[in-house]
Write a protein that binds this ligand. Structure first.
Ligand SMILES: Nc1ncnc2c1ncn2[C@@H]1O[C@H](COP(=O)(O)OP(=O)(O)OP(=O)(O)O)[C@@H](O)[C@H]1O
Ligand SMILES: [Mg+2]
Length: 734
């Protein structure tokens, strides 16, 4: 019997989908039924069996991580096939944003963008909006920048430019339209493109340019979309423009996993699909290959409470597996300790750390868990959330690099003109901003004009000139350097390194410098693929990559790390061990969603997504008390817990000992803790010998504090005596 690596590992329904002869195919199926596998095998099949060039396929994934994984699988499925010089890396596999960016790079002029346009991320966008609100002399309480930015993005998602939005009788909205206009002007002038703009521009480009649209419809034989239930109207319009009479579309999705309704995603697109693409071949998959029967039954039982589902019947041939573990912690600290203990046990039993995923509803929940992991010396990785490229010092360095690459990048100019401080005050800056507004020029050009016309005081003018000379000098002196070198010199010459070296809080300063060094490493390790190299310079490509791609994870990729992420970020992924934490009313379902049936159902779908990430063991935790937004609260366990079949759940009894000695367990405010010996509080004794990765061996001189703020003073001989925070120092007994 001949072996077929593409079709053999599929069941009959999956095979039917992969080999669908129809130009429009929709796979509608529950979690873990192999939708992503089908989509990947479909691509391999089109290449291997239908002779379609791998570069004539376009596949949309939900995250860059998913795109990377898909490339990896395609690489092994197509092993031995002649792929062309660029291999799987040259394939059009990516997120809506990433693919739009690639299109716009290749057709910047047709899209009305300067060749060197730059992407601004949501944080840059917020800064810019804030500045415009201030410039318009509006009250930030009435016009919260976050709200204004999200309204602007909302207009864009509806395909509306500022000139298209009709003012109405809502004065707030009317004012936002005015800000939107100003925002468009600045972006246009500075060559800045925000995330939603990437999609809107690409859509307008394809819609308005018949020849180009026809070209891409001929080029892409098939457009494939994963996680179709979460496409918003703009993304759907984008995809439809790429599909003409003669090429095909292949989408896979699950209405029960639609979790981005709050961001404009419309599950209705699943229903529109068959209308928009006549003769759609609809396929359902019902066998789940991911989870144990216990986990699958739990997920089915929760999602069954939702109304108006398209309806599915998921089953598995798998074993019952272990019961779902449930732990009700006495507080959030105890919860974190419990989770870390369980992970440590799983690792002792032979699991990789990366087999364990901790999923939470809100980003803020990660901190206590992180601290507990650090205390255990357990490396972890956070997807989403505060990411490497979002840290303040990294953003500072990137702003220097961006301004070096493009003088008209106003957002970057604004960020660093007086960072480190060089005596350029608000008054001077306001004059520059004013001049920029009057002249319709960038801040850089406006500053040049003010200097040329001697309109600034001698001191302010001198400082500003010095800054601009610095930027020019960095550009000239680094332009021929390798990227890593270029970044390193920029960090040094900008004065950022010196600034953090002077930080009064030494640990903090050092951490920042370490991050900057990591940025240099990122530059050294950065490799452009060939397509990108044809379209832009290395620095521009790296900056785009920083805004767009690498932001999904922090922590060393090669290390075996515990995986941490929000439930939203976990979509499409799977892990042998899943910890669902903070399953409490008000947190999950989220307070804002509790009173609205529609939003409550979306929370329930999120819960379904969470449960179905688990392959072997699901552990659910909640806490009886927790500190949230600066207040102590006493939440009830989530209603979703009551929706689990009780016979599938095994409650872990709290260990009295854990509560009493929980390392750093928080006491209610004002209540003194039990008097204990110092070594009980910090785990170290005075006089003990310890080892530190950087300072070497030393002797404990003193101990103080508890929990996250526990510190010890260590005499390191030639390095002197230092106070170290235990949760960061990773001290080992010597
Ligand atoms: N026919 C099959 N035989 C064996 N394993 C399979 C088969 N189909 C899928 N799997 C495995 O089942 C798991 C789930 O598949 P996949 O991730 O493609 O599901 P999915 O429907 O995309 O899930 P989600 O809705 O969570 O995105 C994967 O580990 C996959 O390799
Ligand atoms: Mg999937």
């Amino acid at each position: 019997m001949s072996q077929d690596p593409i079709l053999d590992p599929l069941n009959a329904a999956q095979r039917e989908a992969v080999t669908s002869p129809s130009l429009a195919t929709l796979v509608l199926a529950g979690a873990g039924s192999g939708k992503t596998r089908v989509l990947t095998h479909r691509m391999a099949w089109l290449v291997a069996e239908q002779g379609i060039s791998p570069y004539s396929l376009l596949a949309v994934t939900f995250t860059n991580k998913a795109a990377g994984e898909m490339r990896g699988r395609l690489g092994s499925l197509l092993d031995g096939q002649e792929l062309g010089p660029r291999g799987v890396d040259g394939m059009w596999v990516g997120t809506f944003h990433g693919l739009s960016h690639r299109l716009l790079r290749q057709h910047a002029r047709e899209a009305g963008l300067p060749e060197g346009f730059q992407i601004i991320d949501s944080d840059d966008q917020l800064r810019l909006v804030k500045r415009l609100i201030r410039e318009a002399e509006l009250d930030e309480n009435r016009f919260p920048p976050r709200l204004v930015a999200s309204m602007i993005n909302g207009f864009k998602e509806d395909g509306l430019r500022a000139r298209h939005v009709v003012p109405g009788d809502d004065p707030i909205r009317d004012q936002v339209i005015v800000i939107y206009k100003a925002y468009e002007r600045v972006c246009e002038r500075s060559g800045l493109v925000d995330f939603t703009e990437l999609l809107l521009r690409a859509t307008e480009l394809l819609r308005g340019n018949d020849a180009l649209r026809a070209h891409y419809q001929r080029r892409f034989r098939q457009v494939l979309i994963d996680e179709f239930q979460d496409t918003n109207a703009l993304q759907y319009a984008w995809a439809r423009l790429l599909v003409g009479e003669d090429n095909g579309i292949f989408a896979v999705g699950d209405d029960d996993q639609s979790i981005y309704g709050w961001r404009g995603a419309k599950v209705e697109h699943i229903q529109h699909f068959s209308r928009d693409f006549p003769n759609t071949h609809l396929i359902r998959l019902e066998q789940n290959y991911r989870s144990t029967r216990t986990i699958l039954e739990a997920a089915n039982s929760v999602i069954a409470r939702n109304q108006g589902r398209l309806g599915k019947n998921l089953w598995t041939e798998g074993d019952h597996g272990a019961p779902i573990r449930f732990y009700r912690a006495f507080n959030d600290q105890d919860e974190a300790n419990f989770v870390v203990e369980q992970i440590a046990t799983a690792v002792r039993e032979g699991h990789d750390r990366a087999d364990c995923a901790v999923l939470y509803r809100s980003n803020a929940q990660s901190r206590l868990l992180e601290e507990a992991l650090i205390r255990e010396g357990m490396p972890y990785r956070i997807y989403g959330g505060l990411r490497f490229f979002e840290r303040a010092e990294i953003r500072d360095a990137l702003a220097y690099l961006k301004l070096v690459a493009n003088r008209h990048d106003d957002t970057s100019f604004d960020r660093i003109v007086n960072r480190p401080t060089r005596g350029i005050g608000d008054k001077t800056l306001n004059e520059v901003r004013q001049a920029a507004r009057e002249q319709g020029a960038s801040l850089w050009d406006a500053a040049l004009i003010l200097l040329a016309e001697n309109r600034l005081s001698a001191r302010a003018g001198g400082a500003l000139r010095q800054f601009m000379t610095l930027i020019e000098a960095i550009d000239q002196q680094t332009i021929n350097d390798e990227l890593g070198e270029r970044i390193e010199k920029t960090i040094d010459k900008s004065g950022l390194r010196a600034l953090f070296e002077k930080d009064r809080d030494r640990e903090r300063g050092e951490a920042k410098i370490e991050n900057l060094d990591e940025l240099v490493n990122a530059g050294r390790g950065y490799v452009m693929d060939r397509d990108t190299a044809e379209e832009m310079g290395e620095l521009e490509a790296f900056l785009a990559h920083a805004s767009l791609e690498a932001g999904e994870a922090q922590g060393a990729a090669w290390e075996d790390c515990v995986q941490m992420m929000t439930l939203h970020a976990a979509k499409g992924l799977e892990f042998p061990q899943v910890f669902l934490v903070g399953v409490e009313e008000g947190l999950f379902p989220h307070q804002m969603s509790i009173d609205e049936p529609g939003r409550l159902e979306e929370e329930r779908r999120l819960c379904y997504v969470g449960i179905t990430r688990a392959e072997q063991q699901l552990t659910i935790t909640c806490a009886e008390s927790r500190r949230l937004h600066g207040k102590q609260i006493f939440p009830m366990p989530s209603r979703f817990l009551g929706e689990l079949p009780p016979d599938l759940v095994e409650e872990v009894r709290p260990r009295a000992a854990r509560a009493a000695t929980a390392f750093g367990a928080r006491r209610p405010e004002g209540e003194p803790g039990p008097r204990t010996h110092k070594q009980n509080e910090t785990g170290f004794e005075i006089g003990q010998n310890v080892r530190h990765a950087k300072f070497g061996e030393g002797t404990i001189l003193d101990c103080e504090g508890t929990g996250a703020s526990a510190r010890v003073q260590v005499n390191f001989g030639q390095h002197g005596a230092k106070w170290l925070i235990l949760s960061y120092a990773n001290l080992q007994p010597a």
